[in-house]
Design a protein around this ligand. Structure first.
Ligand code: NAP
Length: 277
């Protein structure tokens, strides 16, 4: 499994497991848990969740999936912006820890920017870090100006990631945000890497995948995994699809294949506002 180095030197897998919408359908629950456990068996030991997902049900399901295996997992969760005040962030984290049935979150993110000043959120994150309840913190969905404002705030430059919408069809961040983060060696966590499955029926991707004997999901994921400082967190609740997706991390695209994909899905020609899902 390819790894990405976080600021500070810790290595995490470049392929993690998304959990949005998991844990919500009792009929699918056993298979979803089995899928997360299979991910750990296969080395995808980074799990991304959030207090928002299923109103905490995703975190509860993650707890079940990692029971007895906590030390194998790099656990990421997120706080709602409206909970991200100095005290609110501490309380929200404690609720997440209870749902996750653990004593620590490895990486805790501000889910997106709200109206609470960054200084308050960072103060809450720092309190949690000192108490050993989170090991790292970071942000999500911050565009360049917000990212710079976060960075200028005391303590903000300790953020270890910005989790962003990034896939072949959403390359806007390559214009200025991604270079800015790369200069500071801050990895991006690419969310919705399959564009919530919509990419998989795009004729450009389907044609490419056929020509190169891979599946559309593998092509979309391999392109992201091949990029420097990018961690990809696709979601599936099915073991068969997880095996398919993870295989993309074992078969890097060639430079020629990357160039072909980038012609089919061109990067930005000018600055554009950050997109979110
Ligand atoms: P995604 O990973 O782009 O796509 C998930 C969809 O693709 C699901 O419907 C899944 O269905 C399907 N799928 C997965 N592998 C497949 C395959 N090989 N063949 C066919 N279909 C496949 O979308 P996402 O869930 O939005 O993004 C991934 C993760 O990023 C989330 O789960 C969440 O952890 C995180 N995220 C963060 C933010 C944020 O604001 N920070 C926003 C969105 C997402 P099945 O489950 O049925 O396989």
């Amino acid at each position: 499994m390819r790894t990405v180095v976080l600021p500070g030197g810790e290595r995490v897998p470049a392929f993690g497991l998304g959990t949005w919408c998991l844990g919500e359908d009792p009929v699918k629950r056993d298979e979803e848990i089995a899928t997360l456990r299979l991910g750990l068996d296969l080395g995808a030991c980074l799990i991304d969740t959030a207090e928002m997902y299923g109103d905490g049900r995703a975190e509860e399901m993650v707890a079940e999936a990692i029971r007895g295996r906590r030390d194998e997992v790099f656990l990421v969760s997120k706080v709602y912006p409206h909970n991200a005040s100095r005290d609110g962030v501490v309380k929200a984290c404690e609720r997440s820890l209870a749902r996750l049935q653990t004593d620590r979150i490895d990486l805790y993110l501000l889910h997106w920017r709200g109206s609470i000043p960054f200084a308050e959120t960072i103060a809450g994150f720092t309190t949690l870090q000192r108490a050993g309840k989170i090991r790292h913190f970071g942000v999500s969905n911050l565009d360049l100006d917000d990212m710079k404002a976060w960075w200028r705030t005391a303590g903000g430059a300790s953020a270890v990631t910005n989790q962003l919408l990034y896939n072949l069809a959403r390359r806007g961040i390559e214009w200025d945000l991604l270079p800015w983060l790369s200069e500071r060696v801050v990895p991006v966590m690419a969310y919705s890497p399959l564009e919530q499955a919509r990419l998989l029926t795009d004729p450009r991707l389907v044609g490419f995948a056929q020509r190169h004997s891979m599946t559309p999901a593998q092509a979309a994921l391999a392109w992201l995994i091949g990029r420097e400082n990018v961690i990809v967190i696709p979601r599936t609740g099915r073991r068969e699809r997880l095996r398919e997706n993870i295989a993309a991390s074992e078969r890097p695209l060639t430079a020629v294949q990357c160039a072909e994909l980038e012609r089919l899905f061109p990067g930005p020609a000018l600055a554009q506002p950050l997109e979110m899902l």
